[in-house]
Design a protein around this ligand. Structure first.
Ligand code: NAD
Length: 490
């Protein structure tokens, strides 16, 4: 058996084993074999990490740090990510089976993301509000005064991330948190502990002060809960499922922690009868089959106008069946495995649900010959929006095709969901594209494309797809408190 890559946790600028000495293995889904070992951090480790983050937050050095200094740290980290990103891309592909081609792109963008947040650090300023008081009341003199606002860091941040883009999702939190002056305890998914610890190695090389960035890893989902419950954590920045998001919101309510949640989705691609079919096929494919459908924004419901239904579905099935499925480390591969056994079983379960509900699996299903957790691009027809496969997040390469007859009906079906993360409109009419985009109750809408994202634009969900936004100015706000300071001028 191959030697497993071994990790330690990173707390207060030091590499240590878990206090209990316990470890757990991470499995490579392409071969269904363990490939790395990480500390199984418990409550004591979480207490140590939060204490270190709190000490760092309250330290004179960090509290009074100039934004230019934090910008320099982020620039140093960005340069290291530029250098070592391609290596971490390969490590992540082993951890979650995501295509190496996509990982490389993500790590290239990760460096850009850090440069972006470095540039933001010294642009965090407040407002000056003049003459805010009403006219003086008789016998009650009110001094003329003005008030200004300061944007201050929210404090110790718990950064809890899922397994589908683990490193990138952590950097989406790290960048604005450091720019704002927060300190961080990161807890990656039990399925993908490696990249957060690889990021910690670069943070260490970049000479961040001890305690500013800490990483604990655990196979026990309770570790995330313990972090959220910790009284010295001021904010939880969470990316993951809606069910976990709700648990976090409830737990955070006890001491009113700030919470942002990037959650699941059941996004719709609306393909109108005036769509350019090759463009729509390409967009729908990117929406649901990229990353084997394991993306929060997956366009898992494909709404198709009755008049083009048969020809569009035939073209989509052709394209889906010609995808190259295989080892994600091979640059020629277009779709890799499902990231872990648990999700594989969940997706397979939904294929049974689809048939039980009377839908038809047109193509796809489990791969017969590849040994890993492979599921082929799957297209399910005869779906109605009330079926479970149209309502619940499958998180796999499964497109549910739903027919519609009018624009009004398409919008109604698209919005008839508890989720509200993304959606796409395929049409050649500019007016219809924007009209429909404005009526979709989702945080992002793509027109004649899918899955474009950047740290420069806000990303997040309506309804049960989340609280708050990541990226752009909105993403920075999530790590800041606003203070009003009053001064009499008389
Ligand atoms: P998950 O909710 O099961 O786990 C996410 C993280 O939360 C993990 O680190 C896990 O250990 C931790 N966790 C589990 N229980 C917890 C608790 N009670 N308190 C605190 N932390 C806890 O999600 P997953 O299966 O890892 O990821 C897939 C989900 O993530 C999908 O629903 C997907 O849509 C969503 N996602 C959303 C976005 C977005 O930006 N909106 C991006 C990627 C993934």
């Amino acid at each position: 058996m191959a030697v497993l890559r071994t990790y330690q946790q990173y707390i207060d600028g030091k590499w240590t084993d878990a206090v209990s000495g316990a470890t757990f293995e991470s499995e490579n889904p392409t071969f269904r074999e363990p490939w790395a070992v990480a500390p199984d951090s418990g409550k004591e480790d979480i207490d140590l990490a939060v204490a270190a983050a709190r000490r760092a937050f309250e330290s004179e050095e960090w509290r009074t740090s100039l934004p230019q200094y934090r910008a320099r740290l982020l620039r140093r980290l960005a340069a290291l990510v530029e250098k070592y990103g391609p290596d971490i891309a390969e490590i992540e592909t082993q951890d979650n089976g995501k295509l190496i081609t996509e990982q490389r792109l993500q790590w290239m963008l990760a460096a850009e993301l850090l440069y972006y947040w470095a540039g933001m650090a010294d642009k965090i300023d407040g407002r000056m509000i003049a003459a805010p008081l009403p006219l003086p009341v008789k016998n009650l003199p009110i001094p003329e005064s003005f008030v200004y606002t300061r944007r201050e860091p929210v404090g110790v941040v718990a950064a809890i991330t899922p397994w589908n883009s683990p490193g990138g999702q952590l950097l989406y939190k790290l960048g604005p948190a450091i720019a704002a002056g927060c300190t961080i305890v990161a807890k990656p998914s039990e399925h993908t502990p490696a990249s957060a610890l690889e990021i910690a190695k670069l943070v260490d090389k970049a000479e961040f002060p001890a305690g500013v960035f800490n990483v604990v890893t655990s196979q026990d989902r309770e570790a995330g809960a313990a972090l959220v419950a910790h009284p010295d954590v001021h904010k939880v920045s969470f990316t993951g499922s809606t069910a976990t998001g709700k648990a976090i919101v409830r737990a955070a309510a006890d001491n009113m922690k700030r919470v942002t949640c990037e959650l699941g989705g059941k996004s719709a691609s609306l393909v109108f009868d005036d769509a350019d079919i090759p463009t729509a096929v390409k967009g729908v494919m990117a929406g649901i089959f990229a990353a084997a459908g394991q993306t929060c924004m997956a366009g898992s419901r494909v709404l198709v106008h009755e008049d083009i239904h048969d020809s569009f579905v035939a073209a989509l099935a052709d394209a889906a069946q010609s995808m190259v499925i295989g080892d994600p480390i091979d640059p020629a591969t277009q779709m890799g495995p499902i990231s872990n056994r648990q999700n594989y079983e969940k997706v397979m379960g939904y294929l049974e649900v689809a048939e039980d509900e009377g839908a038809r699996i047109l193509c796809g299903g489990p791969h017969e010959t590849l040994g890993g957790y492979y599921i082929k691009p799957t297209i399910v027809t005869n779906v109605t929006n009330s079926m479970r496969i149209a309502r619940e997040e499958i998180f796999g390469p499964v497109a549910s095709i739903i027919r519609f007859n009018s624009e009004e009906e398409a919008i109604a079906i698209a919005n008839d969901t508890e989720y509200g993360l993304g959606g796409a409109v395929f049409t050649q009419s500019i007016a219809r594209a924007h009209r429909v985009a404005h009526r979709l109750r989702t945080g992002s809408v793509w027109i004649n494309t899918y899955r474009l994202v950047t740290h420069m634009a806000p990303f997040g969900g309506y309804k049960e797809s989340g609280w708050g936004r990541e990226g752009s100015l909105e993403g920075l706000d999530a790590f800041l408190e606003t203070k009003a300071v009053w001064t009499p001028v008389e």
